[in-house]
Design a protein around this ligand. Structure first.
Ligand code: NAD
Ligand code: UDP
Length: 384
């Protein structure tokens, strides 16, 4: 492989990266990128490896550079040794599906705060750099969400654009357990920041804004539990694959910006260079790709018809209350537009892929991967 150079013109030296949560959606894409396009090595830690199995098969050109360790970081003494062996740790491990935040708040808080604590401590004690995955959800609700609906201020970006170093973190009351995840992530961010300030921990914090693409979550009843509720891309994909209406929670009025996983992974790769990323918190999202959840549902339906050659369904969506869909204690972020000033200045990075293009390539993948299996599951359940 030809030498690669960082933004400051220095040759990139191969690093050993301890990646925790490497078997998940983001981890699988990051491992793929590191194996195919860099000389870095990965100590891949997870309890699952299905999504990176294609990288772990023997005889690949990168086989010597990736090693899978089936470890649950909650209770495994091998973790510190692996962090010590590596130059850099990237921690992705978390419970991060909203359906869990209000129904399994203890698991959510333990996973996102308590289980991340030893990782931070081992990095700090052993002078190892840490890239920690937080979330855009730490911003919670926008300031604008508290204004009257007809307020002209709602059009002022100061009331909704989310800035790493200025925006407050606004969560709902404790009984709205949806915020257990955001609160745990906020506290671990504060701890990492404090380790940086008091003990010189070298860190970078990533706040992903709805990264989506192939291999995200699971299709219930096919490669995940039948009663499981994944994130919106997989929920809507499941509805489309089954030919049923897409469920809009509380009218689908919440707004999100979606970014293609491959664009986002480019940003993470740039963060591996410490000179540009140490001590920073980065929003990683695509402010151009904003839709309401209702608009997302209609766009996905339209694009899926193109992908599978079917006709537009008579009833594309159906409304469902959040209590019915997620249970007691659900609440929502109203709007998520990332400010891009810091990441653009530090890493020279910008997202490229439009919402239409990223949905078309993702739904093409979903159709190829799952259509047959979904048909089989449906015919089995009709026969029963
Ligand atoms: P994911 O669920 O696909 O991946 C997380 C991985 O961590 C899974 O493979 C899981 O098995 C592993 N893991 C969890 N607990 C573990 C443990 N105790 N020991 C070992 N492995 C464990 O989720 P993802 O979308 O890839 O997200 C990765 C990170 O990014 C998370 O920290 C999440 O909070 C953050 N994030 C992602 C998004 C997004 O848009 N995908 C948005 C906001 C934040
Ligand atoms: N949502 C929906 N129908 C679904 C799944 C999710 O209307 O089948 C909504 C959910 O209420 C939220 C948005 O879609 O407003 C995005 O949900 P996701 O699970 O992707 O996570 P979030 O962006 O809230 O972290």
């Amino acid at each position: 492989m030809a030498p690669r150079f960082n933004l400051d013109g220095s040759e990139i030296q191969p690093l050993k990266i301890c990646m925790i949560g490497a078997g998940g959606f983001i981890g699988s894409h990051l491992c793929e990128k590191l194996m195919l396009e860099t000389e870095h090595s990965v100590l891949a830690i997870d309890v699952y490896s299905d999504k990176i199995q294609h990288l772990l098969e023997a005889g690949k050109p990168w086989s010597k550079r990736i090693e899978f360790h089936k470890i649950n970081i909650k209770h495994d003494s091998r973790l510190e040794g692996l962090i010590k062996l590596a130059d850099l740790t990237i921690n992705l491990a978390a419970i991060c599906t909203p359906a869990d935040y209000n129904t399994r708040p203890l698991d959510t808080i333990y996973s996102n705060f308590i289980d991340a604590l030893p990782v931070v401590r081992y990095c700090s004690d052993n002078n190892k750099r840490l890239i920690h995955f937080s979330t855009c959800e730490v911003y919670g609700k926008t300031i604008g969400s508290f204004l009257p609906r007809d307020s002209p201020l709602l059009r002022d970006p100061a009331f909704y654009v989310l800035k790493e170093d200025e925006s407050p973190c606004i969560f709902g009351p404790i009984e709205k357990q949806r915020w257990s995840y955001a609160c745990a992530k906020q506290l671990i961010e504060r701890l990492i920041y404090a380790e940086g300030a008091e003990n010189d921990l070298q860190f970078t914090i990533v706040r992903p804004f709805n990264w989506i693409g192939p291999r995200m979550d699971f299709i219930p009843g096919v490669d995940g539990p039948s009663e499981g509720v994944p994130r919106v891309l997989a929920c809507f994909s499941t509805n489309l694959l089954k030919g049923e209406p897409l469920k809009l929670v509380d009218g689908g009025k919440s707004q999100r910006t979606f970014i293609f996983i491959k664009d986002a992974i480019e940003a993470v790769l740039l963060m591996i260079n410490p000179d540009r990323a140490n001590g920073y918190i980065f929003n990683v999202g695509n402010p151009q790709n904003e839709v309401t959840v209702r608009e997302l549902a209609l766009l996905m339906t339209q694009i899926y018809c193109k992908v599978n050659g079917g006709s537009r369904p008579e009833i594309p969506t159906v409304d469902v209350s959040s209590k019915e869909f997620y249970g007691e204690g659900y609440d929502d972020s109203d709007k998520r537009i990332p400010d891009m000033t810091i990441i653009k200045r530090q890493l020279g990075w910008e997202p490229k892929t439009s919402l239409d293009d990223l949905l078309e390539s993702t739904l093409t993948y979903q159709h190829k991967t799952y259509a047959h299996a979904v048909r089989q599951v449906m015919s089995r359940s009709h026969a029963a």
